[in-house]
Design a protein around this ligand. Sequence first.
Ligand code: COI
Length: 357
Amino acid sequence: MNLIKKLLEPHLRKPKPSDENALGFGRFFSDHIYKMNYTVEKGWHDSRVEPYGPLLLDPAALVLHYGQEVFEGLKAYRGQDGGIYMFRPRTNIERMNRSCARLCIPQLPVDEVLEHMFEFVRVEMDWIPRANGTSLYVRPTIIATEACLGVKVSHEYLFYIIVGPVGAYYPEGFNPVKIYVEEKYVRAAPGGLGEAKTSANYAAGLLPAEEAHAKGFTQVLWLDACDRKTIEEVSTSNICFVIDGEVVTAPLGGTILPGVTRDSALTICRHWGIPVSERRLTIDEVIAAQKDGRLREAFGTGTAAVISPVGSITYQGQDFAVGNGKTGELSRKLYDELTGIQLGTRPDPFGWVVKLA
Ligand code: COI
């Protein structure tokens, strides 16, 4: 499949954000969009880059009514040598295909998608910011576009990729966040959509997040849907606890997102000789460890959030400080290592980085 490029004349392109230290997350979008369509007759076809703009969708498009949609999140970086890099892009596109399988969306041709995504990022490379802690966020998305109000699997899809410069996901930046342990609402139940990267999982978290924000918290920590005891993840990332010198995180049991940053952080820890355990961990165990000083750190892991230190956990109305509310040593080391690998300033022993230009 060829990639067709219909690019804007340079004088029609948008000005770049003036302050790269105030980008926030997901507010700026580049000049172009990548698109590809699917029909049963043609499969995936018409791979193209065109000017960024609103989508034309039938109001009866299945995605708008029954949520047949999947997405991904990756980043492109400008390295110290001026080169353009992406981090584990194949892992994301392969995960997208697993999300597709759960949502009855046809599989993507991985090699072709990667090649076209790289070419699209090259087209938009002037949008990659240079300031410390910034990157170009890449958001591949698939939506069901067939017009039909019957509850059914769509026969038509649009795959698109948008990109834009981002800074830190949380307003706190790399400072520790306050987390509220959610006991009323749940994100995903066994057998549900929890391990797929699909909008429904994020929609389920909106009301709990609003309620938590109103109480002054940055994020909610999800417990399992059955007995509200086992730790799952945070709405925007996976979560790890450092207890008795061991990094403990929830196993990939079907209800949590198989995070690429989660896997990268665990791989680096193992490489450093730090014990890692992917096992069932209850909130009671975390609170007990905090009380007798064995809980040293907690941190979120996500593409958008990178490594996000947790400063306090609030459970049943009580606040429990983590690491005296300060960024932990391992959180800092992991952040430096991961971003170092991503920017090409540290060795890449696992072959995670792809050079695009
Ligand atoms: C990412 O980390 O890339 C995500 O997709 C999470 C989203 C909540 C921003």
